[in-house]
Design a binder for this molecule. Structure first.
Ligand SMILES: C[S@@+](CC[C@H](N)C(=O)[O-])C[C@H]1O[C@@H](n2cnc3c(N)ncnc32)[C@H](O)[C@@H]1O
Length: 202
């Protein structure tokens, strides 16, 4: 199952069945609030589907996607190549220097794939990549005391090996960001699942 998800169209289908598309709209409208001309860096952009919910403005939003999967990037370029740039890169001091500052840095479904050291590195570099007034937005599955055993089981079987509690994610974000707002939700996806959105500001 996990290797099947490496195939872009199967990944998109699985995402659609499990997550639906409402969560992206909510992310865009409630948390990202991207304005005309903003620069957006989407780390772990996958097949680039977040672009679906970003406004088409004049001047346009400048979208840059990084991902480590050549297959996902090829699918992203095919579908959204006219609206964004996609690179086989991760966030490093070099890429922060090369790509300049952004108004929004997104890590949607990424932090739970990273161990603590890699997550702290991500938050540190994302903070450096932000313009004054910018913010980083993350979304990941989260363990809570009140969720059902089914949801716990689903989170435990995620491809990401580092699903955490809200306080553990928050502590990681706080290593780089003084202000971290958290939003836990049980109904963002189509399937029973608990998600944590974090808005991180310097
Ligand atoms: C669960 S997917 C989320 C994709 C997309 N953000 C979405 O919401 O559909 C996680 C993505 O992170 C990518 N990834 C994992 N580690 C990464 C890293 N260090 N830098 C950039 N991308 C990474 C994977 O290739 C995968 O596409």
């Amino acid at each position: 199952m996990k290797s099947l998800l490496a195939v872009p169209w199967l990944y998109d289908l699985a995402q659609y069945v499990m997550r639906g598309t409402r969560y992206r709209k909510i992310l865009a409208e409630t948390h990202l609030k991207v304005a005309s001309g903003d620069r957006v860096l989407d780390i772990g952009c996958g097949t680039g589907a977040m672009l679906e919910c970003l406004p088409e403005t004049v001047p346009p939003v400048e979208y840059v996607g990084f991902d480590m999967s050549p297959n996902y990037l090829a699918a992203a370029r095919k579908t959204y190549g006219g609206r964004g740039e996609f690179y086989p890169l991760e966030l490093t001091p070099r890429t922060v220097a090369d790509f300049g500052k952004f108004d929004r840095v997104l890590a949607i479904g990424l932090v739970h794939h990273l161990d603590d050291a890699a997550a702290i590195n991500l938050f540190t570099l994302a903070q450096r990549a932000l313009r004054h007034g910018g913010k980083m937005i993350t979304l990941d599955g989260v363990f809570t005391d009140s969720q059902s055993r089914l949801v716990k089981r689903l989170l435990q079987s995620d491809r990401g090996q580092h699903v955490r509690s809200e306080s553990a994610y928050r502590a990681l974000a706080h290593t780089a960001f003084p202000h971290v707002q958290t939003f836990v939700s049980d109904d963002l996806f189509r399937i029973p699942y608990t998600t944590l959105i974090m808005e991180c500001t310097p």
